[in-house]
Design a binder for this molecule. Structure first.
Ligand code: GLN
Length: 537
C-alpha cells in the first residue's frame, strides 16, 4: 500500500435509513472537489452473497457495475455523486467473506487451525479494504459499514476497522458516525440520548468518531450541536448538522457550508485546496429553474417502490432538469392497469416500463406499450420494458396473438423473447444473468443513434432472455426498427418504433450510466421530446 493513502470509515447509529450512503458520497464529492481521487466501498453485513437474488421491493434496486457485480443501491449513489465507474471490489457482504474463508478451510489452507471471527474473518475484511486501496490507487478509500452500530452482524466489520486504524496509523484514518437526532412533538424537544448511546456503543468496540453527522428533520440549534460535541469527544466544527434536504444532490453543498473538506483534510494531514463544487451549484440552479411539470408513468409490478427503481428515477430527474422540466413520477401498478384498463394512463406525458422478472403484471405493461404506440406517447422500455414492446408489436402488428416471452411460458408457440441456447443449461438462480458491460453497434439513421451521436456504445446488462432473431425481419417490416445490435453475438439490443415521436426499448440498463450532472443520452432524448410537446395542462 502506498504510504499516503487515507481511509474514511462511515458508520451509522440509532437506526437505519439515515442516508449514510448519501453522507459518505457527499463527503467524497467534497474531497474530489479538492482534487483527491476517491474509491468508495460498501460492506453489507447480511449473509447473502450479493443482492442479486434479494427482493428489490425489500432491499431496493440491484445496482450493476461494469464488471457485472450485482450490488447494493448505495453503489449507485457513489457512481452518481463521484462520476466514476466502480467494480466488484466496492461491494462486499458477510456472505462473500465467509464463503472465501470456508472454501479455504475446505482446501486445508488453515493447516488444522481453529478458524475464528477474530482474526480470520476480521483479517479477511481488512484484506478487502487494502486490496481495494492497492487496485484503485485512490488517494482516499471511503468505506461505508452497512447496518447500525450495535447490530450483531456489524461487529466483525467494526472490529476490523479498529484494527485497520492500528495498522495504517491514526493520522491516515478518519471515522464518521451518522446519527439521528429525533424530535418529540409532545414536549417539542430534540433528543440527543439515542446518539449518545450509539457513540457509547462505538467506544465499547474501541472506536472513537472524528466527526458526527447529526441527521434531523428539524433545525438543530447550536446548544444541541455543542452537546453532541461534548458527549462524543468530537470538536465542535466536526459536528455537522444534516437537516433533511430538499434534494440529495444539494447535500454536498450543504455539507461544505460547514467546511467539512477543511476539517477532514486537517486531521488526515492532506493539503487543503479550495473545494470546487461548480457542477453541483449548476445542478442546484437547473433543478430550481425546472418548473414545467410533466407526468411520467412508471409502470411497475408494485406501486410505491421508489427504492426498487432508484437509478431509473434519478436518470429521469437528471434528464428532465437539463431540459427545464420538473418530472412528476407517477407510480402505476401494472396489475391495477390490467384491471382498470388504459384510462389510468390518460394524463401521462410519458411512459417508462422498467426492468423486472416474472410474469406477474406483464399484461399491464404490454397494454401500456400498446397505448404508447397507438397514442404516440413517448415510451422508454428498459430491459423487460423492451421485451414488453416487442411482444406487443408481435401481437398487434404481426397478428401473433399468443406472442410472449419464454420466461412466462416455456412452451409458447411464438417466443419472440427467448433464452439463448447457452443459457438453457443454467439451473441455479444466483448469478445466472448476462451481467455487466457489453458492446452495442447502433444503426445509422435511427433516433437512438442520433441521441448517442456515435456508432459504438457500451451499456450495462442484467437479464436472461433475448430478442428472438427469427422474428426480426417481420418486425422490422412492421416498423419495429433494430436500432442497435451486439456485434459479437448479433443480439438485438435496441428497438425503435418508426413513425413515432419516441418509442424506444433497450435490452440493457442505461439508467446505471446516467449522472445527475451528465444525463444519459437516451433519457435526455426521451425527455426532450416530452419537454417540447405542448403540455396538456
Ligand atoms: N426478466 C427479463 C430477463 O431476464 C428482464 C430482466 C430485466 O428487466 N432486468 O431477460
Amino acid at each position: 500500500m502506498p504510504k499516503k493513502q487515507k481511509f474514511i470509515i462511515t458508520t451509522g447509529g440509532v437506526c437505519s435509513g439515515l442516508g449514510k450512503g448519501i453522507s459518505a458520497a457527499s463527503m467524497g464529492t467534497i474531497l474530489q472537489g479538492m482534487g483527491y481521487s476517491i474509491f468508495p466501498m460498501k460492506f453489507d453485513p447480511y449473509l447473502n452473497i450479493d443482492p442479486g437474488t434479494m427482493n428489490p421491493f425489500q432491499h431496493g434496486e440491484v445496482f450493476v457495475t461494469d464488471d457485472g457485480a450485482e450490488t447494493d443501491l448505495d453503489l449507485g449513489h457513489y457512481e452518481r455523486f463521484l462520476d466514476i465507474s466502480l467494480n466488484r471490489h466496492s461491494s462486499v457482504s458477510t456472505g462473500q467473506i465467509y464463503t472465501k474463508i470456508l472454501s479455504k478451510e475446505r482446501q486445508g489452507e488453515f493447516l488444522g487451525k481453529t478458524i475464528q471471527i477474530i482474526p480470520h474473518i476480521t483479517d479477511a475484511i481488512k484484506a478487502e479494504v487494502l486490496r481495494a486501496a492497492e487496485i484503485s490507487k485512490a488517494d482516499i478509500i471511503s468505506v461505508e459499514i452497512g447496518g447500525t452500530v450495535g447490530d450483531i452482524e456489524a461487529e466483525p466489520f467494526l472490529e476490523a476497522m479498529r484494527q485497520l486504524r492500528h495498522d495504517v496509523g491514526t493520522e491516515n484514518i478518519y471515522f464518521v458516525h451518522v446519527v439521528l437526532i429525533p424530535y418529540l412533538m409532545a414536549s417539542q424537544e430534540l433528543k440527543t440520548k439515542p446518539a449518545q448511546a450509539s457513540v457509547r456503543e462505538l467506544r465499547r468496540i474501541g472506536l472513537r468518531p472524528n466527526m458526527i453527522i447529526a441527521r434531523s428533520d428539524y433545525h438543530l440549534p447550536k446548544d444541541i450541536l455543542q452537546k453532541i460535541a461534548f458527549f462524543s469527544g468530537v470538536s465542535e466544527q466536526a459536528v455537522i448538522p444534516a437537516v433533511t434536504d430538499e434534494s440529495i444532490y444539494h447535500v454536498p453543498l450543504a455539507f461544505e457550508k460547514h467546511d467539512i473538506g477543511l476539517t477532514i483534510a486537517k486531521k488526515l494531514e492532506l493539503a487543503y485546496h479550495e473545494v470546487d463544487l461548480k457542477k453541483w451549484e449548476k445542478l442546484h440552479k437547473d433543478r430550481k429553474l425546472a418548473k414545467k411539470i410533466k407526468k411520467i408513468g412508471l409502470i411497475a409490478k408494485y406501486a410505491r417502490s421508489i427504492d426498487a427503481y432508484f437509478s431509473v428515477i434519478e436518470a429521469l430527474k437528471a434528464a428532465a432538469w437539463s431540459h427545464g422540466v420538473n418530472p412528476e413520477i407517477v407510480d402505476i401498478d401494472s396489475e391495477e392497469l390490467e384491471k382498470e384498463g388504459i384510462k389510468i394512463l390518460k394524463d401521462l406525458d410519458g411512459i417508462v416500463v422498467p426492468g423486472g422478472y416474472g410474469k406477474r403484471g406483464t399484461e399491464g405493461k404490454i397494454l401500456a406499450a400498446e397505448y404508447a404506440r397507438e397514442h404516440k406517447i413517448p415510451y422508454l422500455g428498459l430491459c423487460l420494458g423492451m421485451q414488453m414492446m416487442v411482444i406487443e408489436a408481435s401481437r398487434n402488428l404481426l397478428g401473433l396473438k399468443n406472442a410472449t416471452s419464454e420466461e412466462f411460458d416455456a412452451k409458447a408457440e411464438d417466443s419472440v423473447i427467448h433464452l439463448m441456447p447457452e443459457q438453457q443449461k443454467i439451473t441455479s438462480k444466483g448469478g445466472t444473468n448476462r451481467l455487466g458491460v457489453y458492446d452495442c453497434k447502433l444503426t445509422k439513421g435511427t433516433k437512438v443513434q442520433a441521441a448517442y451521436d456515435k456508432i459504438h456504445i457500451k451499456e450495462r446488462h442484467r437479464h436472461r432472455y433475448e430478442y428472438n432473431n427469427d422474428y426480426r425481419e417481420r418486425l422490422e417490416k412492421a416498423g419495429v426498427l433494430v436500432a442497435g445490435v451486439n456485434p459479437d453475438l448479433d443480439l438485438v439490443e435496441i428497438v425503435e418504433i418508426e413513425d413515432h415521436p419516441f418509442m424506444v426499448g433497450v435490452q440493457f440498463h442505461p439508467e446505471f450510466l446516467s449522472r445527475p450532472t451528465k444525463p444519459h443520452p437516451l433519457f435526455s432524448a426521451y425527455m426532450k421530446v416530452i419537454a417540447e410537446a405542448s403540455s396538456k395542462f
